[in-house]
Design a binder for this molecule. Structure first.
Ligand SMILES: [Zn+2]
Ligand SMILES: [Zn+2]
Length: 276
């Protein structure tokens, strides 16, 4: 079982130490974990400039030493991006290698996407967002997967959904570019724990991505607290199946590699008793 979206004390919004996650992960049968702490540059974000790479890498080194025989530990990040912060993001990442990077667009003109979903109709919420995503997938190559693609859904189950009909042409261009460059989705189970009750993205978007040649989705809980690490990975597997996918992906030698769902599901089944 892989858990590819977690936040530790190296993120300003989590108080869980990396080693606490490692112990819990081993106890519930997680074999591989990516610590995707935030790297934020948007001026509207209170977490801007918080990332401390040396401190983060010191935690990674300590945990690898202590748990590396039982748990594969990936150095990783959830990097916030938009066209305004792109130069700063590029400069920051230039001398900081990571095993795995999620890129998320959280901010549109200084407004958090989740807040926008509470205030505006879907078409308005996602118009600017999809422009940013399209710019990302056509100009940047620093990331492996796009974070919580329909993030608005976590905050509003109506306006937060992407209107697939209205946005079909632009989504087609985005998914073509993602597929051509081997990019995937962060299949993010945090919205399963909200009224949306499904991962981000859901089966419709996963199916559409597939028809454009998309092949990769990593699975992660986006946990900020200890007891949700590894949760709902079974739901993510089920969602992939519903969308006719037969694989989920993880990182091997710096690249996304697809693994049969049976393999992922088997380890989820073994881990479930401890997940209650
Ligand atoms: Zn995020
Ligand atoms: Zn996150």
């Amino acid at each position: 079982m892989y858990e590819y979206h977690t936040h530790t004390t190296n993120s300003p919004d989590s108080r869980v130490k990396m080693h606490e996650y490692c112990e819990r992960a081993i106890a519930i049968g997680i074999e591989e974990i990516a610590f995707t702490d935030h790297i934020d540059h948007d001026p509207a974000d209170r977490s801007r400039g918080h990332n401390n790479y040396p401190a983060y890498m010191a935690d990674i080194a300590t945990c690898r030493e202590q748990y590396g025989d039982r748990l594969t530990i990936l150095s990783a990040a959830e990097v916030d991006w938009n066209r305004a912060t792109a130069p700063e993001v590029r400069a920051y990442l230039a001398d900081k290698p990571f095993d795995f990077i999620i890129c998320s667009v959280h901010w549109i003109n200084g407004e958090y996407l989740g807040e926008r979903a509470r205030k505006h109709p879907s078409i308005e919420v996602y118009r600017h967002y999809l422009d940013e995503i399209e710019a990302l997938v056509t100009t940047e190559d620093f990331f492996h997967v796009i974070g919580h693609f329909d993030l608005g859904k976590r905050y509003d189950t109506v306006n937060g959904r992407i209107d697939l009909e209205h946005n079909r042409i632009q989504l087609g261009r985005i998914f073509d570019a993602m597929a051509a460059h081997g990019k995937g989705f962060d299949l993010n189970t945090s919205a399963v724990r909200t009224a949306a009750r499904e991962p981000m993205p859901g089966p419709d978007i996963l199916r559409l991505f597939r028809t454009h040649g998309g092949q990769h989705a990593t699975i992660g809980s986006d946990t900020h607290v200890l007891n949700t690490v590894g949760t709902n990975i079974d739901v993510a597997v089920q969602t992939l199946r519903e969308a006719t996918w037969t694989t989920a992906s993880h990182i091997e030698n710096g690249r996304l590699v697809a693994v049969p769902l049976e393999q992922v599901a088997e380890s989820v089944r073994l881990a479930s008793p401890a997940l209650t």
